[in-house]
Design a binder for this molecule. Structure first.
Ligand code: NAP
Length: 353
């Protein structure tokens, strides 16, 4: 795509932990061009380079460092809006952008569980965009909202999808070990998390059940039908910077052997259209055979942080199968995942006005 043909995009919450990832990834994107960076009143009017406390390696991209941060109003020179604002802000502003005609690709949680809003990971549920038609018709929006799943359940859903297609997932027991960057910046106080584990993350466990059922559900006559499964979760915050690890036990309609599960995960092929998207990884699932992998520090960057690493695939004496997943929470679980969603919408023609 020529520079002049690139689609103008805006980032809401551009100064935050996820917003910075968006800016880093979009600064050199083949299809999209940053046209506006928006944040709270605290930052609006300042140079982007001054307004944000850059928390990822390197410096803010030179081409946007001098951009003046805009306030969060639905009057930005963009076609696609990436939302990385806190939930209570997203609940209010995202519908305003969708109503005004923008394609909103959100990382926030308020609309993830809403019936007519796709919760999208294109490689596993691209067909869910069919409910956008219902969303637009019923709400009278010329734009739309598509959400990315919770960063922890993303890896679990990717690992379970190939198994669900063949064996039918019915029960999931999971214990998460979630990185501190998942709490944003400044996030958890160092005196709380160093040398420690916090066995509670507000609201997380409820989201896992709802979102996994939605991600593995199907579309029937324009309506999303959630998968029939039950989930029990323990959400823990651990002293890791990036990369969420989840220990999963799953029960199936038909019990798979560990070898069958490994083969399915290794051979899983997302739909062809997804493989042509610029942010798509060369391989979605990296199966690790070492007894002590995956690990967040060693595996979170697989395929540029876009692949889910799965290992320790073995039988479970209580349910059927046990495995461990590692997913990069601010890349696949947040900014890169939402950019992939925008690429998929673009490939499907939604970005054409
Ligand atoms: P964060 O570091 O706290 O950043 C929040 C951003 O929102 C900042 O740019 C902030 O701007 C802006 N903001 C805050 N209050 C605002 C207001 N009243 N009006 C307008 N803008 C406001 O948070 P984060 O970790 O990046 O998370 C952002 C969203 O992504 C959240 O909804 C979170 O749940 C979701 N998410 C996070 C992760 C992760 O791994 N961190 C993963 C998936 C999803 P100022 O700098 O001007 O205050």
């Amino acid at each position: 795509m020529n520079r002049r043909d690139k689609i103008p995009v805006a980032v809401l919450g551009a100064t935050g932990a996820v917003g910075q990832r968006f800016v880093q990834l979009l600064a050199d994107h083949p299809w999209f061009e940053i046209a506006a960076l928006a944040a709270s009143e605290r930052s609006a009017g300042q140079r982007y380079g001054d307004a944000c406390q850059w928390v990822i390696p390197g410096d803010p991209p030179a081409e946007v460092a001098d951009t003046v941060v805009a306030p969060l109003n639905a009057d930005l020179p963009a076609r696609i809006v990436f939302s990385a604002v806190p939930s209570k802000v997203a609940r209010e502003v995202e519908p305003r952008f969708a109503e005004a005609g923008y394609l909103v690709c959100s990382n926030a949680s308020p609309f993830r569980s809403v019936r007519d809003v796709p919760l999208l990971i294109p490689e596993i549920n691209a067909d869910h965009v069919a409910i956008i038609e219902t969303q637009r018709r019923e709400r009278g929006w010329s734009g739309l909202i598509v959400t990315s799943p919770n960063c922890t359940i993303t890896g679990v859903a990717v690992a379970l999808k190939p198994l669900d297609e063949r064996f039918g997932v019915r029960k999931v027991f999971m214990s998460s070990m979630q990185a501190v960057s998942g709490a944003g910046y400044p996030g958890v106080a160092s005196l709380d998390i160093m040398d420690n584990i916090i066995p509670y993350i507000a609201g997380e466990e409820e989201k896992f059940q709802q979102e996994l059922a939605k991600l593995l559900g199907h579309v029937d006559h324009g309506q999303l039908v959630p998968a029939d499964l039950v989930l029990s979760a323990h959400a823990n915050r651990v002293p890791v910077l990036e990369g969420h690890t989840v220990a999963v036990s799953a029960g199936f309609e038909i019990k798979p052997t560990p070898d069958e599960a490994r083969d399915l995960l290794e051979s899983y092929q997302p739909p062809e259209v997804c493989r042509r998207l610029p942010s798509a990884p060369d391989r979605l699932i990296y199966v690790r055979s070492e007894p002590d992998r995956p690990q967040p520090r060693r595996d979170r960057d697989a395929a540029g942080g876009m692949a889910v690493s799965v290992g320790r695939i073995r039988t479970c004496p209580i349910l059927d199968l046990r495995l461990v997943t590692v997913t990069h929470n601010t890349l696949r679980g947040a900014a890169s995942g939402a950019i992939l969603n925008a690429e998929y919408l673009t490939a499907q023609g939604y970005a054409v006005e």
